[in-house]
Design a protein around this ligand. Sequence first.
Ligand code: ZN
Length: 151
Amino acid sequence: MLLSVHATVGAVIGQNVNTPLLAFVLAFISHFILDIIPHGDRALIQAYRNNFKNKGMKYLIVFDLISTAILIFLLFFFQKLTLSQTVIWGIIGGILPDFMVAIHEITKKHFSRTHKLHYWAHNKLNTKISWIMPLKLALVSQIIIIYLLLK
Ligand SMILES: [Zn+2]
């Protein structure tokens, strides 16, 4: 799922709990629950695994990182989010699993358990249904989810 969805969910969790630790833990857990929902990156991941020179996944990651940074900035700027420790730790907890997975993908040794759990979450439903969600539909639906979360 897009980092911006994970960050938004983490921020919303952070706005609704009292301690940074609880915000972090709940947001961290939420990441894996959200990733169970098919979110359109199956074909890109497969293409990347088949050919590491495939640029589709890299473009999606760059788009994701930039759009998440812009979204978070705008949410604070327009005061849709309160700048607080719980919100910050919620955002960090929400997006951290993807960074741990990226570090594992690069180093092939750190965060193996997180990588396995992340892989499990991604495949939990994806392997049970034959329908592959098109990326465009997934992106639009995730933008709608972010909008509804912040409404
Ligand atoms: Zn993830």
